[in-house]
Design a protein around this ligand. Structure first.
Ligand code: HEM
Length: 418
């Protein structure tokens, strides 16, 4: 089935650009925090710095861009109408940004009132976003968008589970001793639903739609498109039953390995020359496979850095690389589309691919590769590499921010005939 777009349904430019602008800002903040705190971030998964960094990434970097992408893509690809989008988009953006900063500060300062403040912003932000998107996804989508819509619905359901568990954890910190929780178990479930269900499934759902479009590849195998989402959610439900042991986790990781291999094979069959997005997405899939291999290694072979390396490869290597690469397609396209609607007679709009030249995006790709490599290596050698990884993340984020902001400031109108 061909992938078609309804561009006349595109939301206001500012409504989504503000989300994408926050992606490099939160990545920069995470990089600077790592430079400041150094090896403390790699002491254990429970260290306050690690938890602050985790949420600067999951809510700030990934959450912001995923929310922006959904607010943009659903009306255009699935013809969804998001209720009160003009109020919802800026309000959710402000609450999500403020809540993420408060949550990171709460972990760093260990202050119950800061956890309360974070919950007061994050819970309405995420429920409002999920509610608006759910209403949008409930409407009849064109047949070509059906696989994406089905997977994104499951991703949204996973976000709700993540938020409920995150809220319970946040309340346990805001009101110490009042809510009896098995913190380790609830955190495992919260992290699992957030990373695999919300982050992983959303990217898989969007990939089946945008990879064939932007990279001119064949479509994904229709069985993978149809079953990946259900298989992942079923495995997550079974993982939530402790008594079933490792078997559901193996099913879950096999499903993601299948997705990574299928994506790499499709990228090989693209009919366009490799560009920055090809490289970011190939890196993302290699990182996903590496995370799965490291998870499967026996503890004595993988060493002390194993748990953190799996998380770093999944969050920064897989999820963030995919998003970083996609920003170089989405942002120029939005700017181009917006300018098209307001060009004066005798003028034409600069070609999309010239708005951010590919060589500029590819330079940032190499900075990103250095940042991810140092971050992974720092899981085993924190004293030597933690601060260097922080510097590399900051430099890569500055470069991404500079490239995006330059594109926004460019005058895209040219005299016709140029
Ligand atoms: C309402 C929003 C959220 C709140 C209030 C929240 C709160 C928390 C809290 C309090 C913990 C620490 C638990 C402990 O130390 O025992 C935690 C851990 C974690 N959260 Fe969230 N969270 C939220 C959203 C998310 C999202 C959307 C994701 C992923 C996409 C996520 C990923 C994680 C991960 C991976 C951990 C475990 C970190 C580790 O083990 O090092 N969180 N969260």
């Amino acid at each position: 089935m061909q992938r078609a777009l309804s561009l006349d349904r595109s939301p206001a430019l500012g409504a989504v650009l503000r989300y994408f602008a926050c992606t490099p800002l939160f990545a920069l903040l995470a990089g600077l925090l790592l430079v400041w705190q150094g090896e403390a971030a790699f002491q254990s998964r429970w260290s306050p710095v690690t938890l602050a960094l985790t949420h600067l990434f999951t809510l700030g970097v990934l959450g912001m861009s995923m929310a922006g992408a959904l607010i943009q893509i659903l009306p255009v690809v699935a013809c969804s109408v998001l209720p009160h989008a003009r109020t919802m988009a800026p309000a959710v953006h402000a609450l999500l940004g403020a809540g993420t900063l408060a949550l990171a500060a709460a972990f760093l300062a260990s202050r119950p009132w800061l956890f309360g403040l974070a919950l007061a912003a994050l819970v309405p932000a995420l429920l409002w976003l999920a509610g608006a998107l759910a209403i949008g996804l409930w409407q009849r989508a064109p047949a070509g968008a059906a696989p994406m819509v089905a997977t994104v619905r499951l991703a949204l359901a996973s976000l709700l589970v993540t938020v409920v568990l995150g809220t319970l954890l946040g309340m346990a910190f805001a009101l110490p001793g009042v809510i009896p929780l098995d913190l380790a178990r609830v955190t495992d479930l919260h992290a699992m639903w957030g990373l695999f269900g919300w982050g992983g499934l959303l990217l898989a759902g969007v990939a089946v739609q945008v990879l064939p479009m932007f990279q001119v590849t064949p479509l994904y195998d229709s069985r993978l498109e149809r079953w990946l989402g259900s298989l992942v959610v079923l495995a997550l439900l079974l993982c939530s039953v402790k008594a079933l042991g490792l078997a559901p986790a193996i099913v879950l990781l096999s499903a993601f390995a299948l997705f990574a291999v299928a994506t790499l094979l499709l990228l090989k069959r693209r009919t366009r020359a490799a560009d920055a997005m090809t490289k970011f997405w190939s890196l993302a899939m290699v990182c996903l496979l590496a995370a799965i291999v490291i998870w499967a290694l026996p503890g004595e072979m993988a060493g002390a850095g194993q748990t953190l390396a799996v998380a770093v490869l999944f969050i920064a290597g897989f999820l963030y690389s995919t998003i970083n690469g996609m920003l170089y397609k989405i942002v120029p396209f939005l700017l181009w589309h917006h300018k098209q609607t307001e060009t004066a007679p005798g003028q034409r709009v600069m070609q999309v691919k010239r708005i951010i030249p590919d060589e500029v995006a590819q330079r940032q790709f190499y900075l990103h590769v250095i940042a991810v490599s140092l971050l992974v290596a720092a899981c085993w050698y924190p004293e030597a590499l933690a601060r260097a990884a922080g510097v590399a993340i900051s430099v890569s984020a500055l470069s991404l921010g500079w490239n995006l902001s330059r594109a926004c400031r460019r005058d895209l109108a040219q005299p016709a005939g140029v």
